[in-house]
Design a protein around this ligand. Structure first.
Ligand code: BEZ
Length: 211
């Protein structure tokens, strides 16, 4: 059955490059950025692993733990990480899940048979501290992910949760936000004393950077 936004993500036990984990316990009270790769020792994956390591401070600042997966063993991952560190000028410190029998990849529907019968596509799962799936992205094997967008989407989710707003197209932190249609004008006036602009009855814009 498809994994849907709002679902509690499946728990699993696995070996990783930083030791065995129980996934939900490993997430703890943080957010998780769980992302899959077709295989170790492949070029696009190598750049994505490097980029994730380079962005360690950015993920940490948002309370997000990165964790990768590819359908290979810990031993293979550890040898590959040495290449990633050397070629991307970084030290990979986040765990990479070993999934040599593809059980976790199948559980999370990372195998798309039209792309490959055995290797995972480039899935992204953003999971909140309640272990709820908040956002997914699926990229084909041949296209590396956009990490600016991954961080932007995490900022949008966390801002929406904190401020009770929705975020418009191409929103960036600091931009104005949208008051959800479920909030009446009367409630919006109480919630946003700074005022808001009503462009039309269902499009109300608020500056959440002032109070
Ligand atoms: C890569 O990571 O470079 C890659 C993996 C599988 C197919 C194509 C590219």
């Amino acid at each position: 059955m498809a994994l849907l936004l709002g679902d509690i993500v499946p728990d699993f036990m696995a070996d990783t490059t930083t030791g065995p984990i129980s996934f939900h316990d490993w997430i703890g009270d943080d957010w998780a950025f769980f992302f899959s790769h077709p295989a170790d020792f492949t070029p696009v994956c190598t750049t994505e692993m490097g980029r994730t390591a380079q962005l360690a401070d950015q993920f940490a600042a948002r309370g997000v733990k990165p964790i990768g997966l590819s359908t290979d063993s810990v031993e293979e991952h550890l040898i590959w990480i040495e290449d990633v560190n050397d070629t991307q000028n970084i030290t990979v410190r986040f765990p990479i899940v070993a999934d040599p029998d593809s059980q976790i990849a199948k559980l999370y529907e990372m195998i798309h048979p039209g792309e490959s019968q055995t290797a995972a596509v480039r899935s992204v799962f953003i999971i909140d501290p309640e272990k709820k799936l908040r956002l997914t992205m699926t990229y084909p094997m041949s296209v590396g992910r956009n990490f600016d967008e991954i961080l932007r989407a995490i900022d949008a989710l966390q801002t929406g949760d904190a401020k009770g707003v929705a975020l418009p197209a191409d929103w960036r932190p600091g931009d104005r936000a949208i008051i959800p249609p479920s909030v009446s004008n009367a409630d919006a006036k109480a919630k946003f004393p700074q005022g808001f602009e009503e462009i039309c009855p269902y499009l109300r814009i608020v500056d959440i950077n002032v109070t």
